[in-house]
Design a binder for this molecule. Sequence first.
Ligand SMILES: [Zn+2]
Length: 278
Amino acid sequence: MIKSFRNFASIRVLSGALLLALAGSAFAEEDHSSHDSAPAEESHAGGAPHWSYEGEDGPSHWGELPEGEVGAAAFPACALGDAQSPIDLGGANAIGLIVPETHYVAGPLVLKPNGHTIEVTAPPGSDITIGGVVYDLLQVHFHTPSEHAIDGEHAQMEVHFVHQNKATGQLAVLGVLVKPGAANQQLENILHEQSGDDYDHRIGKMTFDPNALLPADLKVYRYDGSLTTPPCSEGVNWNVAATPIEAGQDEIWVFQSKMGVNDRPVQALNARPLVKPD
Ligand SMILES: [Zn+2]
């Protein structure tokens, strides 16, 4: 199922290429930062290896990539961890009603260069409360297709809202699946800013409102997982909204044409509790 979707996804890349021509510049230079990680974790030591989503430095090899030319594995958790993300949410083994409370505020739209995704820096003052714990919103980024699946089915895109608790440093990620439907002006603005095409003089002057990328109903699947990119660190409080948002099919295609296929395959649930909404 995943494999066939990947084929489907590459067909989408071809369709998206036409849109890319319209949308402007190529994707930003690769850097080696981990887009799901907190700022403290973002810059690895000088020897951190390059990684990607296919081939010899693709997801099935992340755990083996050496630190430097002959060093020990740089990202051992990617191979050895038993609480990794993403997962197939269809494997839920518990039922409960968990509704994170978001307190997101709008601010200037600021993109951060990242070779693996399109990343938006969060406006200051945004946070989420999950189980009574408050986490500050750090950044929002995108995956095409979705990383989380439900019974083997991937959505065409997934938005990740990455948060961190100030006191403990713990990360909490809110995932929102995206399906084709009505156009989303906020996504349009992000693509426009990313393209760097200043034909209407709005570059650097647009607003980012994280609320525009949330479904009205925020009940979630919840489990303990990891960063979905190297170093695959565990201890991440994962929450994936059961209700998707909509985006224009063209918008999704342009995101994919800019980012490429950037989903890590689903990982084993193992002995973890996975709570499904009531
Ligand atoms: Zn992510």
